[in-house]
Structures are given as structure tokens and as C-alpha cells.
Design a protein around this ligand. Structure first.
Ligand code: FCB
Length: 540
């Protein structure tokens, strides 16, 4: 085997055992399910944090209430309903702005001890920056939410940018297409550290900058809805890279501000959350070029944002394939970017096979830059995992992938402290009754299986994983999928007063935390919860 191939292979295979990577563990998956179902929270280290997540735009609603201005997502969904699968928008979402206490209590009821939420920039700074005035009503909302979490024993994990930018900054200078946003973001971040940092001890600067840059500026499914290949020359050859660059700079300057002015006094930690999927070669023969393509896929998805934080520069493969279109950090910026994290957050949902594509013919410049394509089936026709639900067939279920990617991240990026900031399973409740929608066996198995492999990553690979957050606490406005795709531990009945009902996965999680419950107790609890659904219905 050529040297570069074996290097790639050693890095990709967490245990240097290629067989375990390339043989699909059908029986192992079954075994995982059995042991996973017996697992309890006590199988994890004492200081391991279990939580659930949401994001302001996906749950708060009250989009024009309490002094909030419109965000890019509000205008995108309201002005272009055809961009959202069911034509819905975030104006009401699940009304968490008015129901946050109920939702924190729902989280607590499961036994979780941490709540990951985001702070809406346009709610606290409606004009986008400080000199246009801070919105005290918005600040009060987050103060109340944080205080309520803490008095219930729930640790707040706050994200600053979860896909949402004040529309006024988009109008003024094109949002993250302009480097001007860096200063405004830092003002927003500093306001949050100042107002909330006495109680928030875990800050996420950005959520999934990869999704922000590609969905907004390549695929057009996030605001501003740009699809590069419809232009000449295709704007997706430059825009996603510029946006990503400004996102990284915004992160680095915000972290610098936190470290210089707040961290010593407030004693918190800050990190960035990134997308992470597991990749395997489409053709796994030892001389296949797909091994190197797998490494390139990790670079273009994860390394694009993580490598600058570790080394101060973009991955070599990106510099090679994107060339002059990839922005460069100045020396001062590189110094600031390098090391700008106390922990790394990773969201893991799925896996893909990667096929080398030496001569891409696509019209999209971005797609051509990758020099690879991805698929869920390999050269032998083997599928990497079952589809979660036909309506979200882009999520294939590969629980062992979370162990592999965690081990890979440890090896590649210097053994960082890691939180799994999102992991969860989509389903489609269309045409289902509430009772049917609660029977989320696929999600239950998904969470069990992934927790099992997170534990293996800690035990076997010694990855420093510190916490795990389910996405999501409850059904949300699921971005371009509107309310069609659900991820919630709690089902939300959008037809009837946004009532929340625990799904089977939620009840399993309660038992996972509750050692003292006997099987009879837990069955009773499940029965009671399901009866609640009936009573709620009758009471209408
Ligand atoms: C992630 C997002 C999150 C949610 C899940 C399903 O990419 O961070 O907001 O939409 O996907």
C-alpha cells in the first residue's frame, strides 16, 4: 500500500484496525442495541453532562414582540414561503418566548441537567449594534430564562449565533459577506458576556458555520438563499469561503474579548460548535483514491472551521483546491484564531461514503472544489445505514460513526475537550395521530445506540467527551423543513394549542437517569403520561 494511503487509513480508522472500519457491523449494531438499552446515566463519568438543545429562531416565536427586530430568517421565511417545505415560518414556532418555564420544567422532568439554547441577536440588539440601543425587554427575557434554569438546577449553555442575523445588517452590508460584521458581532457577544456571563458558564460562539455558509450561499435553502450555480461566474466559488472566513474572524475576536475582559472574573468556557459526519471510502480497496478523498471530505466539512482554530490556517487540501478564492488570515488574525477555544462542540447525525472525483463536471464551483461526491451506498451496493425516515432520507442512521468521528477528532485536532452539542433523529408525523406520533421507537433506538458509542469513545479511545445534548428538547421550526420534520423528545401538537407530550424516547430517557425506578414504576409513569395525552384532548 502506498504510504499516503496508509497514512489516510491510519487516521480514519480509530483503532488502526481497517477491518472494523470497512466491515459493516450488522451483528455489532444488534449487540449495541441490546447493551445500549441496559445502559444508565451511571455508566458515564460523574461529571458528564446530559442535556437537550433548541435555538432561538426555531422555538421562541414572538418574532416582532418585546422590541425584537426581524432576523434574516424571519424575512426569508415570510417573504419566500416556497423555500420552507410546508410554507411555515418562525413567527410563532413553539412560542417558547411565553412558555420557557414550562419547557425548562419539561427538560428537568426527563432528568437532564443542561439546556442548550441560543440568544437572538435581533432580540437584544434590534439595530444590530450597540449605538442603536440595547433592548432591555429582550435582555430581561434571557435573564429570566437563565435565572429560571438555574433555580431549577439546570445549567445554561448559550449559543451566540445559531443561524440568525439581524436583517438590518443584511440590508446594510450583506451580513457575513462583509468583514464589517465582525465588529458588530463582537459588540453583540460582549453585551451577552456582560449581561449574562455571571451565570452562563458555557458559551458557544457559532453553531455550524458550515451549514450557515453552504446552505445560505451554495444551496440557497438558508437565507439569503443564494445558489451560486445560477450565476456567471458562479458565486458559490467565492461567497461561502468569504462568509466562512468572516464567521471564523467573528468567533476569534469574540473569544478574544471574552478572554481579555470577562473570563478571569466570570470563570466560564467558550467554544465553537461544528458539523461532524462520519465518512468512509466508497471503494475501500487499499489502493483506492477514495481514502484520500475521505480525508478531503473531513477537511472541507470539519477542518474548514476547526483547523484554523488549531493551527491558524485552513487545511492544505482546501488551499490547494480552492486556491486564490480561499481568503487568507493576516498574521495578526491567525494568531488570534489559533487556540481560540476552550472546548469544541460537535453535532453528529449521520454518515456517508466518499468517492474521489478527479474531474468534476458540475456547474457549481463549490461542488467542483470538493473533488469528491458522497453517497449512502458504496461500490458493492452496501448501504451505510438505514434511512431515519423517508421524508428526511439525508439522515441515515450510523451509531458507530459517532465513536469513529470522536476518535478521529481527538487524533487529528490535539485531543480537545469535546461536547456532543447535537445528536438526534428526524421523523415525520404527517397523517399520524398524537398517540402514533409519540411512538418514536426509531428515535429511541437512535439515541440509545449513539449514547452507547459515545461511551465507547470515552472508554476505549479515551476521547475527552464531556457532555451530550439531544437535538431537540421538543419539536421545533425545523428551518427549511418547517414543521414537517420533527426531532423532539416532546411532540408538539401544532394543530392544538402547541401542547407538548413526551414521546417514548423521552420516557426512556427518564428511566435512563432514574436508577431507583423499578420496571413497574416506569411502566406506570409511561401509562400516566399517555393518559395525560387523552385527558388533554378531552379538556379541549
Ligand atoms: C442542525 C442544526 C439544528 C437543527 C438540526 C436538525 O444542523 O444545528 O438547528 O436544525 O440540525
Amino acid at each position: 500500500m502506498a504510504d499516503n494511503q496508509s497514512n489516510a487509513l491510519a487516521l480514519i480508522s480509530s483503532d488502526d484496525n481497517t477491518v472494523s472500519l470497512v466491515q459493516k457491523p450488522t451483528s455489532e449494531t444488534r449487540l449495541a442495541r441490546i447493551s445500549a438499552s441496559k445502559m444508565t446515566s451511571q455508566d458515564f463519568p460523574d461529571d458528564f453532562v446530559f442535556g437537550a438543545g433548541t435555538a432561538a429562531l426555531q422555538v421562541e416565536g414572538a418574532y416582532a414582540e418585546g422590541g425584537k427586530s426581524l432576523s434574516n430568517w424571519d424575512t426569508f421565511a415570510l417573504q419566500k414561503p416556497s423555500k420552507i417545505s410546508d410554507g411555515s415560518n418562525p413567527s410563532l414556532a413553539v412560542d417558547e418566548y411565553h412558555r420557557y418555564k414550562e419547557d425548562v420544567l419539561l427538560l428537568k422532568k426527563l432528568g437532564l441537567s443542561a439546556f442548550r439554547f441560543s440568544i437572538s441577536w435581533s432580540r437584544v440588539l434590534p439595530g444590530g449594534r450597540l449605538n442603536t440601543g440595547k433592548n432591555m425587554e429582550g435582555i430581561k427575557y434571557y435573564n429570566d430564562l437563565i435565572d429560571f434554569c438555574l433555580c431549577q438546577g439546570i445549567e445554561p449553555y448559550a449559543t451566540l449565533l445559531h443561524f440568525e442575523v439581524p436583517q438590518c445588517l443584511e440590508d446594510e452590508y450583506g451580513g457575513f459577506l462583509s468583514e464589517k460584521i465582525v465588529k458588530d458581532f463582537v459588540e453583540f457577544a460582549e453585551l451577552c458576556f456582560f449581561e449574562f456571563g455571571d451565570r452562563v458558564k458555557h458559551w458557544g460562539s457559532l453553531n455550524e458555520p458550515f451549514a450557515f455558509a453552504t446552505n445560505g450561499y451554495v444551496y440557497g435553502v438558508f437565507p439569503p438563499g443564494h445558489t451560486g450555480d445560477s450565476q456567471t461566474p458562479p458565486s458559490d466559488g467565492t461567497e461561502p469561503y468569504i462568509v466562512a472566513h468572516n464567521l471564523i474572524l467573528a468567533h476569534a475576536y469574540a473569544v478574544d474579548t471574552y478572554r481579555r475582559n470577562y473570563q478571569a472574573v466570570q470563570g466560564g468556557k467558550i467554544g465553537m460548535t461544528n458539523v461532524s459526519s462520519w465518512y468512509e471510502p466508497y471503494d475501500d480497496h487499499s489502493d483506492s483514491e477514495d481514502w484520500k478523498a475521505v480525508l478531503r471530505a473531513f477537511d472541507f466539512v470539519v477542518g474548514w472551521f476547526v483547523e484554523p482554530l488549531v493551527t491558524g490556517d485552513y487545511p492544505a487540501s482546501m488551499r490547494k483546491y480552492v486556491g486564490d478564492r480561499l481568503p487568507k488570515f493576516t498574521e495578526e488574525q491567525a494568531n488570534l484564531v489559533k487556540g481560540s477555544y476552550d472546548f469544541m462542540g460537535f453535532n453528529y447525525y449521520t454518515a456517508r461514503y466518499i468517492k474521489n472525483d478527479p474531474n468534476p463536471t458540475t456547474k457549481s464551483q463549490y461542488a467542483a472544489d470538493l473533488h469528491y461526491t458522497s453517497s449512502t451506498t458504496n461500490s458493492e451496493g452496501h448501504s451505510i445505514g438505514p434511512v431515519a425516515t423517508d421524508a428526511a432520507d439525508y439522515v441515515v442512521i450510523v451509531p458507530y460513526g459517532i465513536q469513529k468521528i470522536l476518535a478521529f477528532l481527538k487524533k487529528k485536532y490535539g485531543d480537545p475537550l469535546i461536547y456532543v452539542t447535537e445528536n438526534g433523529c428526524p421523523d415525520d408525523v404527517e397523517k399520524k395521530s398524537v398517540t402514533e406520533a409519540l411512538a418514536d421507537d426509531t428515535r429511541l433506538n437512535y439515541i440509545q445506540g449513539h449514547l452507547y458509542y459515545v461511551k465507547k469513545a470515552i472508554d476505549e479511545d479515551k476521547v475527552r467527551v464531556q457532555g451530550y445534548f439531544v437535538w431537540s428538547l421538543l419539536d421545533t421550526f425545523e428551518l427549511a423543513s418547517g414543521h414537517k420534520i420533527r426531532y423532539g423528545l416532546y411532540h408538539v401538537d401544532f394543530e392544538n394549542g402547541l401542547n407538548r407530550y413526551p414521546r417514548k424516547s423521552a420516557i426512556w430517557l427518564m428511566n435512563f437517569f432514574s436508577q431507583k425506578l423499578t420496571t413497574a414504576d416506569s411502566k406506570k409513569r409511561a401509562r400516566d403520561d399517555h393518559e395525560d395525552v387523552g385527558n388533554n384532548k378531552k379538556n379541549k
